[in-house]
Design a protein around this ligand. Structure first.
Ligand SMILES: Cc1cc2nc3c(=O)[nH]c(=O)nc-3n(C[C@H](O)[C@H](O)[C@H](O)COP(=O)(O)O)c2cc1C
Length: 479
């Protein structure tokens, strides 16, 4: 008789547990949690005007022939935005020293067309506002209907043919180093053109090439991307509301790994701009020796130059740079002043010629621009494998963060679940006692035990509700 009653209790317990588990759909909620973890770990698309990049990575434009059609099309084929840089591109044309202006236009057009043949992905161009033939290069980009025009090294405000740009469905993205510059560009565009650019690239002080910072600013916290991104987001918010459209915030400078991409997006960016990593790829348009300079350099080799164009630049410091700083002149003929700000008469070398020499592999007759993280590179890989590595690393980081976020919630859920099981047992014990009492016909005892059973039931229900609430929270945390 005794054993039957224990079995009965066990059976009841099993049934009620099952019932309650079903009623709070634990399995369903856990499945939802798992699927939402999967959802948030994928790369998010990057929308720049009408163009949507599946991979939220822009390959930063690298002038004087480092990022041309080969690199740009390879990046575009991986779902990112491939960028051909306009400055110094004329050096690819044999007539550059006779007619730099037309040589540049020719070479630029040619590279855009080759890139288009190699990919159906997104092709952008980088045109420095400071270059002498800015307007002509802009015309080429419009005529060739590139997808995105990035404009840096100056403020692209006046004389921008916005109407023609829009007619061709081209997106415009200025490159800035501060929220102030961003706000100024957007404010002036909205006044002059009743339109705004489609987003902005904020380039921090860890970038390669010419920097928008002075040497004493590069290590300061207030100039790092983590400080700049929220400020730029705030500046963009105003124009997003005013023009009722989303504006892309892209951040670059020192972004090296998938974890860096995750961290950059986490502080408010929609995507990243990366250049240094793309130099050490098979498809990069520079000579192998240029790429190997990245593979072989050490942290202490990466430093600054005071460029003849009047800006600070980051490069791999070699004897060419050191000798020039010590006064050695590298003879050159400035046939046409390619950069408005260049102090060619006072310079010990022509920066375009020096960079072109490096591009061709004559590193000791020039130098290599590089980002602060170039020393971490130790092999040349394909663009495909680089993007895959970045994506996998990004996914790994997302999963880690999700698990970290979820752990305290799961711990709490376990405590609650144990508590729930205990309450259930008490409830069942009360139920059993009450049922036994029913056959005693003792009204007082029956009433007392009924009360006790009711209390136990409501206590179980409270824990069940709490359990449901925590499960819902767990789900919310990771979506
Ligand atoms: C070799 C090299 C050349 C560059 N040339 C240009 C350029 O011509 N115009 C420009 O706007 N930025 C230029 N940059 C900057 C990149 O486009 C990019 O914004 C920056 O390097 C991102 O930082 P990261 O190299 O650490 O990824 C250059 C960078 C490198 C490494």
């Amino acid at each position: 008789m005794k054993s039957i009653s224990i079995d009965g209790i066990k059976n009841n317990l099993k049934q009620i547990t099952q019932k309650i588990e079903e009623s709070i759909s634990i399995k369903e909620v856990i499945a939802q949690i798992e699927s939402s973890v999967k959802k948030t770990t994928e790369f998010k698309e990057l929308k720049i005007g009408n163009h949507i990049a599946k991979t939220p990575i822009i390959q930063g434009g690298m002038g004087v022939g480092i990022s041309l059609s080969s690199l740009a099309s390879a990046v575009a084929n991986e779902g990112g935005v491939g960028v051909i840089a306009a400055n110094g591109i004329g050096l690819l044309d044999e007539d550059y020293f006779k007619d730099g202006d037309n040589a540049s236009v020719r070479a630029f057009r040619k590279e855009i067309r080759i890139a288009r043949e190699k990919t159906n992905g997104i092709i952008g161009v980088n045109i420095m506002v400071a270059i002498d033939n800015f307007k002509k290069m802009l015309d080429v980009a419009i005529e060739e209907a590139v997808d995105v025009i990035f404009m840096g090294a100056g403020l692209p405000i006046k004389n921008i043919p916005v109407k023609r740009i829009r007619e061709k469905g081209i997106s415009v993205v200025p490159i800035v180093s501060s929220a102030r510059a961003c706000d100024l560009i957007f404010k002036m565009w909205s006044k002059i053109y009743k339109d705004v650019p489609d987003g902005v690239v904020v380039e921090g002080p860890k970038a390669g090439g010419h920097l928008g910072f002075e040497k004493d600013q590069v290590d300061k916290k207030e100039y790092q991307l983590s400080s700049l991104i929220p400020q730029i987001r705030k500046a963009l918010d105003v124009y997003e509301k005013q023009f009722d459209r989303s504006l892309a915030l892209i951040a670059g400078g020192g972004v090296y790994s998938g974890k860096d991409i995750y961290d950059t997006i986490k502080v408010g960016a929609d995507g990243v701009q990366m250049a240094t990593r793309f130099v050490a790829t098979d498809e990069c348009d520079a000579d192998e020796k240029f790429k190997m300079a990245y593979v072989n350099c050490k942290k202490e080799d990466i430093g600054y130059i005071k460029s003849p164009v009047g800006m600070v630049g980051r490069a791999i410091r070699n004897s060419f740079i050191k000798n020039s700083e010590e006064g050695k002149k590298h003879k050159f003929n400035c046939t046409w002043k390619c950069l408005a700000t260049c102090k060619a008469n006072d310079a010990n070398y022509c920066i375009s010629v020096a960079l072109n020499n490096a591009r061709l592999g004559k590193i000791d007759k020039g130098f290599v621009f590089a980002g602060s993280n170039a020393y971490r590179i130790n092999e040349i890989v394909s663009v495909k494998s680089l993007v895959t590595e970045l994506k996998n690393d990004y996914i790994k980081e997302c999963k880690l963060v999700n698990i970290k976020n979820l752990k305290p919630v799961i711990d709490k859920l376990n405590v609650l679940y144990n508590k729930y099981q205990n309450k259930l047992q008490i409830e069942l014990a009360c139920k059993k006692a009450y049922e036994k009492a029913l056959i005693t016909y003792n009204d007082k005892l029956i009433a007392e035990l009924r009360n006790q059973y009711k209390k136990a039931k409501s206590s179980t229900l409270n824990v069940q509700l709490l359990l449901e609430e925590k499960l819902t929270f767990a789900w919310k945390v990771i979506t």
